[in-house]
Design a protein around this ligand. Structure first.
Ligand code: FE2
Length: 303
């Protein structure tokens, strides 16, 4: 089996009064496609299933650069043994969000586009909120929160971790994210310099925020499974990973992979940059749809 990190965490603390033994498995940035071998995708699902999670949450970037591998995506998604919830990432919007969403639903994933749902786990109710991708300008927090009961236990999904800050105050104390790939190359913590200072991310990899206290709010940034550009994963933090969260467990009930970390200073993208990213996503998706048509690919025919 390919090599993965399995990281375990408890919390947040507020759930200890609300939930009993709910296990969430989190994977992100699968990037099903040419760069990541199919057996790596399947191995990640098998490792996840072996943890016997009650639910699986996926925080986006299911594809790489094209619509060519949607049948593989359907296959991978269909292998999970628990209910699966997901949100889209920038690569999904760049490659054609309708097509990726269709493949995900075909694979049994409940895609949450600025929406929330409620699931029963072991006779307990858990709300799951999903924010669409902020990088490409598709996140709509007020819409996602509409009708959510902030008194009930809720977890959130957002491809971009920095969106978590705005969810914490509205009854979503735990958010699962991705996008950074933990820098992929993490020798000498160079990734934190590049992603924290150059790209401007506050949350690079792992657990941040507060799981306890009066204003609980935590975010977990997964290192991801696949790769979109650089097929290299070096250093412990950059390894492919599955994270398991025991909701309802006390923080300190078992040994965790690491404690809450301090965020990097971060730098929010300017309005101009955000506008450019929206246009970039439109252009890219049009181009990739045209490529798929030229190659005779029918994305809605994935098996
Ligand atoms: Fe991404």
């Amino acid at each position: 089996m390919p090599d993965y990190e399995l990281r375990r965490f408890a919390g947040p603390a507020i759930f200890t009064e609300q939930l009993d033994g709910v296990r969430v498995a989190h994977l992100t940035d699968q990037h099903v496609g040419r760069v990541t071998p199919h057996e790596v995708q399947i191995g990640a699902v098998e490792l996840t299933n072996a943890q016997e999670p009650d639910i699986v949450v996926l925080s986006g970037d299911f594809v790489c650069h094209s619509q060519e591998f949607l049948d593989q995506l359907v296959d991978v998604m269909g292998r999970f043994n628990a209910p699966v919830f997901g949100v889209l990432g920038n690569h999904d919007h760049w490659s054609g969000s309708d097509e990726v969403r269709w493949a995900l639903r075909k694979g049994g994933v409940e895609v949450l586009d600025n929406a929330w749902t409620s699931i029963e786990v072991k006779h307990q109710r858990l709300q799951v909120l999903g924010l669409d991708d902020a990088y490409t300008g598709n996140a709509d927090i007020p819409r996602a929160l509409k009708g959510l009961d902030p008194r009930k236990p809720t977890i959130g999904l957002s491809h971009i971790a920095e969106e978590a800050d705005a969810l914490w105050d509205h009854g979503v104390p735990m958010v699962f994210s991705g996008h950074t790939h933990a820098g992929q190359v993490t020798l000498a913590r160079l990734h934190e310099f590049i992603l924290g200072r150059v790209v401007g991310h506050k949350y690079v990899h792992g657990l941040y925020g507060q799981r306890g206290g009066e204003r609980p709010g935590a975010v977990y940034v997964g290192a991801g499974i696949g790769a979109a550009v650089v097929p290299v994963r070096l250093g412990a933090r950059g390894r492919r990973e599955v994270a398991v969260f025991e909701l309802g467990a006390h923080v300190g009930a078992f040994e965790e992979d690491h404690d809450e970390q301090e965020p990097a200073p971060g730098r929010a993208p300017s309005l101009d940059l955000r506008r450019r990213r929206v246009l970039e996503a439109q252009k890219k998706s049009e181009k990739r749809r045209a490529v798929a048509r030229a190659k005779g690919i029918d994305p809605f025919a994935a098996k």
